[in-house]
Design a protein around this ligand. Structure first.
Ligand code: PHE
Length: 443
């Protein structure tokens, strides 16, 4: 007989873990730089639109699938329809791809925490020089992956839930502190304006706008951890009495709040020193350290900031690892511990190549991208939209929104006022939008 499935110890614990998964590098690293390069406030508005119309219904659906089926991502989807196991399979593949690039960035973050304290500070070339090194970044990536393996080995309530419940409030409180500090820097108001007042001057054509839409949709998926089997897996450890709708609203609110707080901290700080917000992925690793080196107590704030980024990254990476571990241990019958070590080890191998693609392997390209960029492309632009699309088909047309709503309302015990909206979103609006954006992203 199957052993009893683990469970979260409380509804709040689940929310902390799921919000911890959502809140990650996507919020502190990607969101500010994408907002910075995609027109600031215009991006923010489109982002919120996709959040409501795609993010919330899909998040709710994934959780409902997981709790209904109570299995790993593949078996949960199979339980709804035997032919749809591949949706969970895509999620597991996607989790693996994301973990491989997450591990590399997580390693950089650990390095930056220590480096913040060193007297020499970050020179302008530090980021490029450091990431091109063959050995040291890989060692820190190993440390990052090992931290995740240890936590996941601890299990659902005692590992993932406990760590998230401690780290998430710390992240929120200190990030607000950093934001307040940054908002008091000279000229910060310019950055605030950039972030909240839409400037249509930068949008000259439909293709500019569709580029922003592509970025915004990708960011909604990434930031809410959708299409990767994460919420199916986390949902499978839920008790039947948890209110899925209010949990969803809390998770989405916290995730958006942290992204916006990060934006309000980073964008004004960068404006304050007359630096470029449109610099892309180097924003927190190249531009922000210049800010830190120019402000009083900058070393300390820098170390604190990167520590918070590490907290956010860990609570997300454990969710990626858990998707793989849950499936792998069910499939092989191996223990959680052994499965965590094997899955972490496999992810680490991929991380090695991803890390080297900033240095010795930078010339080795797949479809004109280095390996790191290829991992991100495959996860964000291929697996997430395709997984998300089929998730909508599975829930909207195969399992059926009535059955999904039965699960969401705890068998009719809870009121759910937005039934028609939810059904329309999952059946038609979300899949249509995903297809349009998916196709347009190739032109
Ligand atoms: N949501 C995480 C972030 O914003 C990343 C992530 C994606 C985690 C998919 C799990 C699954 O950083």
């Amino acid at each position: 007989m199957r052993s009893k499935r683990e469970q979260w110890s409380s509804g709040i614990g689940f929310i902390m873990a799921a919000a911890g998964s959502a809140i990650g590098l996507g919020n502190l690293w990607k969101f500010p730089y994408i907002a910075g390069t995609s027109g600031g406030a215009v991006f923010l508005i489109i982002y919120i639109f996709f959040l409501v119309i795609l993010g919330i219904p899909i998040l709710l659906s994934e959780m409902a699938i997981g709790r209904f089926a109570g299995e790993n991502a593949v078996d949960s989807c199979k339980k709804l329809s035997p032919k749809f196991g591949f949706v969970g399979g895509l999620g597991i593949a996607g989790a693996f791809l994301v973990l491989a690039s997450y591990g590399v960035v997580g390693g950089w973050v650990i390095k930056y925490i220590f480096k913040s304290f060193s007297g020499s500070g970050f020179g302008t070339d530090f980021f490029a020089d450091y990431t091109a090194q063959p050995i040291e970044p890989i060692l820190w990536t190993f440390v990052f992956i090992a931290i995740n393996v240890i936590i996941v080995t601890g299990g659902i309530a005692k590992g993932i839930e406990r760590v998230s419940t401690i780290l998430l409030p710390v992240l929120l409180i200190f990030l607000i502190g950093i934001m307040i500090y940054c908002l008091t820097l000279p000229n910060a108001a310019q950055g605030v304006r950039y972030f909240i007042v839409p400037d249509l001057a930068g949008i000259n054509s439909l293709s500019d706008l569709s580029q922003i839409a592509i970025n915004a949709m990708g960011q909604v998926f990434f930031s809410l951890s959708l299409g990767m089997g994460t919420l199916i897996t986390y949902g499978s450890y839920l008790s039947k009495s948890t209110n899925l709708t209010s949990s969803t609203v809390t998770i989405v609110t916290l995730d958006t709040l942290i992204a916006v707080i990060a934006g309000f901290a980073i964008i004004p700080a960068v404006f304050s020193f007359g630096l470029e917000v449109t610099g892309g992925p180097g924003l927190i690793f190249q531009t922000l350290p210049v800010v830190f080196s120019n402000i009083k107590g900058g070393r300390f704030i820098s170390a604190l900031f990167f520590l918070l980024v590490l907290f956010a990254a860990v609570t997300s990476a454990i969710s990626l690892l858990e998707v793989i571990v849950s499936w792998f241990s069910d499939k092989t019958g191996l223990s959680r511990k052994v499965s965590s070590v094997i899955a972490g080890g496999a992810a680490f191998l991929m991380c090695i190549f991803a890390s080297l693609s900033f240095g010795v392997l930078s010339e080795a390209t797949i479809f004109n991208m280095n390996f790191f960029d290829f991992l991100n492309f495959a996860a964000d632009k291929i697996v997430m939209p395709i997984g998300g699309f089929f998730m909508c088909i599975l829930v909207g047309h195969i399992w059926g929104t009535d059955a999904a709503l039965e699960e969401i309302s705890n068998g009719g015990k809870l009121k759910f006022r937005l039934k028609p909206l939810f059904s329309a979103a999952i059946k038609y609006i979300a899949p249509a939008m995903i297809i349009v954006i998916f196709i347009s992203s190739f032109f």
